[in-house]
Design a protein around this ligand. Structure first.
Ligand SMILES: CC(C)=CCC/C(C)=C/CC/C(C)=C/CC/C(C)=C/COC[C@H](O)COP(=O)(O)O
Ligand SMILES: CC(C)=CCC/C(C)=C/CC/C(C)=C/CC/C(C)=C/COP(=O)(O)OP(=O)(O)O
Ligand SMILES: [Mg+2]
Length: 276
């Protein structure tokens, strides 16, 4: 057993980004920095939930990851599946305990989100489009979670719309990248049911919708810090162009990674726009 596997399996880069998005949701909801206690609790509940979700995901994806991602901790033998199962449940339990310290709404949403991540990994992922929508909804719930913690919505709804749209696009394009392993496991993803070209069009459509939605906060009068979104939108449009041009595994990988970069840059742009 490798100790670093306990960190690696949680995909800390995703968790940290998600935690920042949760706190960003609180910030844009009230237009100011939230109380440190609230910000810390929101950050930890989202990070622990994301960590538990990624861990349980690898637990159920063991067979598929042996084909698609053999370098991951479980398929390479760095951690047992039983340990991963108990580890994910422990992460969820600590997250829920902290959510209870925020307010009843935050506890309830965390409970629903954690259950949805477990269900996604266990049963929903192989369902056509349902799995993609579930992940996207969970990412959209993240800024809304921060808003619920401060009991105000503000611009958090715009963040949620953008998070949902860009993650639908990314999840569909990730399915095009993973089609080989998904076929082996009998998953019924969009590329398998509709073919890579049609699935690429769906992914590109949601990428373009993300660009359209990214101007929503400008409509609401968010300030100059928002011009940082322009390069983000250009990256998203280029990712859409790539996947429309070719649906081979390497191109799909490049396209979905560009969308992930756009998410990171967009979150930074929103942060600047919210604080400037
Ligand atoms: C205009 C624009 C792009 C706005 C950004 C909207 C926004 C706030 C996005 C943040 C979404 C979010 C909570 C991201 C957390 C990290 C993340 C990418 C979660 C989804 O992960 C699922 C994915 O399948 C994991 O795969 P991988 O990244 O390859 O490990
Ligand atoms: C709202 C609260 C309290 C928490 C939300 C927590 C977050 C940010 C969830 C976002 C979605 C997410 C990261 C879920 C974790 C599990 C998951 C969907 C991983 C993706 O797994 P696969 O679809 O199998 O793709 P891979 O090929 O990368 O494994
Ligand atoms: Mg997986």
């Amino acid at each position: 057993m490798e100790f670093k596997a306990f960190i690696e399996i949680t995909r800390p880069h995703n968790c940290l980004l998600a935690g920042i998005v949760g706190v960003l949701g609180s910030i844009v909801a009230v237009g100011d920095i939230p109380a440190p206690r609230t910000a810390l609790l929101v950050f930890l509940v989202v990070v622990l939930g994301c960590a538990g979700g990624n861990t349980i995901n690898d637990y159920f994806d063991y067979e598929i990851d042996k084909i698609n991602r053999p370098e991951r901790p479980l398929p390479r033998g760095a951690m047992s599946r039983r340990t991963a199962l108990y580890y994910s449940l422990a992460l969820f339990a600590v997250g829920l305990s902290l959510a209870a310290l925020i307010n009843i709404y935050a506890f309830t949403i965390a409970l629903v989100a954690y259950v949805m991540m477990f269900l996604y990994a266990w049963k929903l992922k192989p369902l056509p489009f349902v799995g993609n929508l579930t992940v996207a909804a969970l990412t959209a719930a993240t800024p809304l979670y921060g808003a619920v913690a401060v009991e105000h919505l503000g611009l958090a709804g715009y963040l949620a719309v953008c998070a949902f749209l860009v993650n639908v696009a990314r999840e569909v394009i990730k399915d095009i990248e993973d089609v080989e392993g998904d076929v082996a496991k009998g998953a019924r993803t969009l590329p398998i049911l509709w073919g890579n070209k049609k699935a690429a069009r769906v992914g590109a459509l949601f990428a373009v919708l993300t660009v359209a939605a990214s101007f929503l906060p400008v409509k609401a009068g968010v300030g100059l810090g928002y011009y940082a979104m322009v390069p983000v939108d250009l990256i998203i449009l280029y990712a859409a162009y790539l996947i429309l041009r070719s649906q081979d595994r390497e191109t799909a990988h490049r396209s979905q990674k560009l969308l992930k970069i756009s998410i990171f840059l967009a979150v930074m742009a929103f942060l600047v726009a919210a604080l400037v």
